[in-house]
Write a protein that binds this ligand. Sequence first.
Ligand SMILES: CC(C)(COP(=O)(O)OP(=O)(O)OC[C@H]1O[C@@H](n2cnc3c(N)ncnc32)[C@H](O)[C@@H]1OP(=O)(O)O)[C@@H](O)C(=O)NCCC(=O)NCCS
Length: 173
Amino acid sequence: MTPPLSTERLLIRDWSLDDTEAAYAIYGSPEVAHWLSTGAVDDVSAMRSVLEAWVEAQPNLVPPAGRWAVVRREDGEVIGGLSLRLLPPFEEDFELNWQLRPDTWGSGYATEASQALIRWAFSQGLEELFAVARPDNERAIATARRIGMEWVGETDKYYGRRLQVFRCRPSDL
Ligand SMILES: CC(C)(COP(=O)(O)OP(=O)(O)OC[C@H]1O[C@@H](n2cnc3c(N)ncnc32)[C@H](O)[C@@H]1OP(=O)(O)O)[C@@H](O)C(=O)NCCC(=O)NCCS
């Protein structure tokens, strides 16, 4: 099965170009962009170009790789994004990445969405999944631990910067 996935409060589904404004409220916000290696998306037009690339790439990605929007079921708002991809530069380890619109932080949405996506990824035969975070990204680190990921160390082998590494295996769920 491929997402959409449904949880108690959320829906995880493919991105659509109709999500441009909502995505910009996430990826254009300084609070989120501060933690992204790509920096902030400059404006709505740039966000649309990014989404076009994501939408075009999605059908060609080999599961469990992908990028998805996180929708709050209560009001239908797109409040975040999740992605699963091979970590550069070696492309051996799968990374879970998550971003939420800042006004929705503190509600457990990243934890809830990630747990559903991880279960799905393991159902695709994945044997382990990683998350990486800068040492001062306290919220991301807390979310990784809340999900049940185990801290495995610090490395600079990904993205050329020092990062904390967390790992999850099916037996951790
Ligand atoms: C990382 C990020 C997604 C975490 O968001 P978050 O809302 O803190 O994450 P969680 O879903 O784990 O929510 C946990 C918080 O919700 C609270 N919460 C409320 N209801 C909850 C529930 N049902 N389940 C779990 N937590 C719940 C927790 O107590 C916790 O509150 P606290 O932060 O005040 O201690 C968000 O900060 C973000 O988008 N950051 C920028 C991008 C980024 O850094 N991404 C990660 C790169 S590795």
